[in-house]
Write a protein that binds this ligand. Structure first.
Ligand SMILES: [Zn+2]
Length: 317
């Protein structure tokens, strides 16, 4: 393995400094250690796709947040990029403020602990795409009373050097507790799939165990309810879910309706289909990457892997 620690550019965030370490594992993939993203291995083809599709900011945040959670960053190949692109929601500014505050809380050793944030390197902590964006969230969190600035530098900031010292306020800790309580309650994965007898076997043997093993509660609607109650229940349960598994084998319209509702709510949707049914998949969703399977064992194993990459594995419930 060749190692080169001269100045290089991170292919994800374009950081150019001495903190980038390149290691050529093979001719096809490279390991980087970036002061902004963290450590990751990416294939050459994935590097090109990242550039072409402008996935840099999202990918940088994804890598950095996995590193912050001390989770292993899977090798980034083109399949992985498709999952990231389709499954990570476009976070709104309110989500990003929460995610940033949560990252600061993880770094805090105790309430009142003062942390130094370097916007130039730390903006992926807020799923932001530039230093200015994280500065905006810091300002807003201070105004909301959730963060306190612990020095007098204010927000004057010149790229590359000025750090900002912040601490989470008591109000901020309360906000995190309330938000996280809701996140604990939201451990559900909604499953949209055909109600046929053969697919019920797939639910029991593959989908439900894959979701449970990833640490989530699998929820499938009860098909015996009357039509009106059925629709209300669907909307309600999707709202109470963290993500949706859409199993489109047998091509049922209600499965597309449920998945479409989840997409509209910015929830990650993981599509699955039996290999024999791939050609029958609805036109609009053909462009999405499907977990294709032949046996329940194959679906269980692939679905588990995709959930871990797309949503993250959580402690067993
Ligand atoms: Zn980087």
């Amino acid at each position: 393995m060749k190692t080169n620690t001269t100045n290089k550019i991170c292919p994800v965030c374009k950081l150019h400094d001495q903190d980038i370490i390149r290691k050529w594992n093979t001719g096809e993939k490279t390991t980087y250690k970036c002061a902004r993203c963290g450590k990751f291995t990416i294939t050459q083809m994935a590097e090109r796709t990242t550039k072409r599709k402008n996935l840099g900011p999202k990918l940088s945040s994804w890598i950095r947040n996995l590193s912050e959670l001390e989770m292993e960053v899977p090798e980034i190949n083109t399949n992985c990029l498709v999952e990231i692109e389709q499954s990570i929601p476009e976070y709104n500014p309110s989500d990003k403020q929460y995610l940033f505050l949560r990252n600061i809380s993880r770094k805090s050793r105790h309430p009142g602990d003062v942390l130094s944030i370097l916007p130039e390197l730390d903006y992926p902590l807020a799923w932001a795409s530039a230093p200015d964006e994280i500065l905006f969230y810091i300002r807003f969190l201070v105004e909301r009373g959730f963060l306190t600035l612990t020095d007098n530098k204010g927000f004057r900031y010149a790229p590359g050097n000025n750090s900002i010292s912040v601490a989470i306020s008591p109000l901020g800790w309360n906000y995190l507790d309330e938000y996280e309580q809701r996140a604990i309650e939201l451990s559900q994965a909604f499953v949209a799939m055909s109600f046929s007898k053969s697919m019920s076997k797939i639910w029991e043997q593959a989908i439900k165990p894959a979701i449970n093993e990833a640490g989530y509660k699998a929820y499938r609607i009860d098909s015996t309810q009357d039509h009106y109650k059925f629709n209300i229940k669907i909307i309600d349960e999707i709202r109470n879910s963290l993500f949706v598994v859409a199993e489109v084998t047998e091509n049922k319209n209600y499965v597309y309706f449920e998945a479409g509702y989840a997409v509209g709510r910015n929830l990650p949707v993981i599509w699955c289909v039996h290999k024999n049914d791939i050609d029958n998949v609805h036109f609009d969703t053909k462009k999405c990457n499907h977990v294709s399977w032949k046996t329940p064992e194959e679906l269980k194993s692939k679905l588990y892997d995709v959930i871990c990459v797309a949503v993250g594995r959580r402690k067993k419930i």
